[in-house]
Design a binder for this molecule. Structure first.
Ligand code: 5RP
Length: 228
């Protein structure tokens, strides 16, 4: 029986193989954040001569990439990216995701928006029928914390401040429990429109193009419309 780290390592390796089939020597690779992505960074590092550089979604991933000899560019220097690879906290059959367990949701959404393809790497525990069991992270401007929390309560959620956590953008995170997200794109737009919200951790308006899902039987592919 594979443990969760072994499942993460396997999906990271599958993502490396997928990435190497897409990347050219002049390509810039988008890299997400989290423990699954850490395995991906470690596994792609020996192949760093197969692509030009990376753009990263967090200070954490940037430090790891640089430590392993991968050039990290500022997103402002990059116009296109064939691929963005990132983990998720939950993914549904429509390839909408909850992200931000590591607090990097805003930069993740920005970097992902530049990439032609978003490949989500998860173990099977993250695949759900309906998003919302994992509390939805919402990044907020600190002065708006309470007003945003009140609005999120009106939407049926139970927001809780992530104590002692400051994002790479100097903001705070409200983790919103109790939501059953049956219409993820609508909910994403609604929350993004609350004044004071920097970004909500729903990735549904633009979800993943492909999920690599690590199971005890191997890594399987899931794409929009395919059975989970
Ligand atoms: C960070 C994220 C991560 O991708 C998500 O939390 C999954 O992390 P892990 O791979 O450690 O389970 O969105 O903001």
């Amino acid at each position: 029986m594979l443990n969760q780290d072994e499942l993460k390592r396997n999906v990271a390796q599958a993502a490396v193989e997928y990435a190497l089939s897409c990347l050219q020597p002049d390509s810039v690779l988008g890299v997400g954040t989290g423990s699954t992505v850490d395995f991906f960074i470690d596994a792609i590092a020996p192949h760093r001569d197969r692509f030009r550089a990376a753009v990263s979604s967090s200070e954490r991933s940037t430090a790891r990439l640089r430590r392993l000899g991968i050039t990290v560019l500022d997103l402002n220097e990059v116009e296109e990216m064939p691929l963005y690879v990132d983990g998720a906290d939950e993914v549904d059959p429509g390839m909408s995701m909850i992200k931000g367990g590591g607090g990097a949701l805003t930069r993740e959404k920005i970097v992902a928006s530049v990439a032609r393809e978003f490949v989500c790497i998860v173990d099977e525990s993250k695949v759900v029928d309906v998003l919302g069991k994992f509390p939805l992270p919402v990044e907020v401007i600190p002065m708006a914390r309470n007003v945003v929390a009140r609005k999120l309560r009106e939407l049926g959620g139970e927001p809780r401040l992530r104590e002692g956590f400051v994002t790479d953008n100097g903001c705070e995170i409200l983790d919103v429990a109790g939501l059953r997200v049956t219409r993820p794109a609508e909910m994403e737009a609604l929350i993004n429109n609350i004044p004071g919200v920097v970004c909500c951790g729903l990735f549904a308006i633009s979800g993943a193009n492909l999920a690599l899902v690590s199971t005890q039987q191997g890594v399987r592919r899931m794409s929009p419309g395919s059975a989970a």
